[in-house]
Design a protein around this ligand. Structure first.
Ligand SMILES: Nc1nc2c(ncn2[C@@H]2O[C@H](COP(=O)(O)OP(=O)(O)OP(=O)(O)O)[C@@H](O)[C@H]2O)c(=O)[nH]1
Ligand SMILES: [Mg+2]
Length: 248
């Protein structure tokens, strides 16, 4: 066992994607191999920057991740993407859709994409996700993006794993922006209001910023508007993330 783990880790460190995938599977099973894997990674970690993208089902997280990954690649950085429990009930099993959307990334050696299931595991985001982030870090990815469907506690646990947490919201007319802000501010470093192409979005964003206390010298968390499907606002999001990456 120990020999084979050592071998897997070594070939992963040498750039073998299959070994990386196998190690993530071992981590996913949270089996007895996990402590040894983590031990062996330790000297090789600490260079990457991780970004959690969370938010309610269907808010456009995957679309945003796709566009953001393209942007990061354009800047010459490599990317690891972990989709945790893809396919929320609302988008009705979007794994296939995500695959189609991400197709060009699958052809790019600078991108590694992996879906992980945590359903059924205790305590929301599992140790497996944290281990996968560490594996991608040791593998040499510059930026690691973790997509999770945020419902309540999930935002909290992703905030513990990721260096920066991005909360993707969609404001609907009739939303109580005061209620929305509750609980958000503590966990999100960056709030993205997506689907800004929709009627009345700008007005709602204005209300939302006011509810967060903007305009009174308050600038954190950053609030950005995007139209992920139209590739609008992605550069601003990248800059916000990069600012934090550079200051850490
Ligand atoms: N109008 C509009 N639609 C968008 C925008 N961004 C994404 N969408 C659409 O919203 C739907 C859901 O997008 P996804 O990216 O799958 O959302 P998600 O948050 O990843 O969904 P789950 O992973 O299932 O929680 C898709 O039909 C997208 O095309 C946008 O900026 N404007
Ligand atoms: Mg998604």
């Amino acid at each position: 066992m120990t020999r084979s783990i050592a071998k897997l880790v070594n070939s992963m460190l040498a750039g073998d994607r299959k070994s990386l995938a196998q190690l993530i599977s071992l981590a996913e099973n949270e089996g007895p191999a996990l402590p040894e894997i983590l031990d062996r990674l330790r000297p090789h970690r600490g260079k990457s920057y991780s970004v959690g993208i969370t938010g309610p089902p269907g808010s456009g997280k995957s679309t945003l991740v796709d566009k953001l990954a393209t942007r990061i690649r354009d800047k010459g950085l490599s990317v690891g993407i972990i989709a945790v429990d893809p396919s929320s009930p609302i988008s009705g099993g979007a794994v296939l859709g995500d695959r189609v959307r991400m197709q060009r990334h699958y052809l790019d050696d600078g991108v590694f994409i992996r879906s992980m299931a945590t359903r059924g595991s205790h305590g929301g985001l599992s140790n497996a996700v944290e281990a996968a982030v560490k594996l991608l870090d040791a593998f040499g990815k510059d930026v690691i993006i973790i997509e999770t469907v945020g419902v309540g506690q999930t935002e909290l646990s992703i905030a513990q794993i990721a260096d920066t947490t991005v909360l993707v919201l969609v404001l609907e007319s009739g939303d109580d922006v005061q209620a929305l802000k509750a609980g958000i501010v503590e966990v999100a470093d960056i709030i993205v209001v997506n689907k800004a192409d929709r009627e009345g979005a700008e007005r709602l964003v204005g209300e939302f910023r006011a509810a967060l206390g903007y305009g009174h010298g308050k600038t954190e968390p950053s609030v950005i508007t995007t139209q992920a499907i139209n590739d609008i606002g992605i550069e601003e999001l990248y800059q916000e993330i990069d600012k934090r990456r550079k200051s850490c």
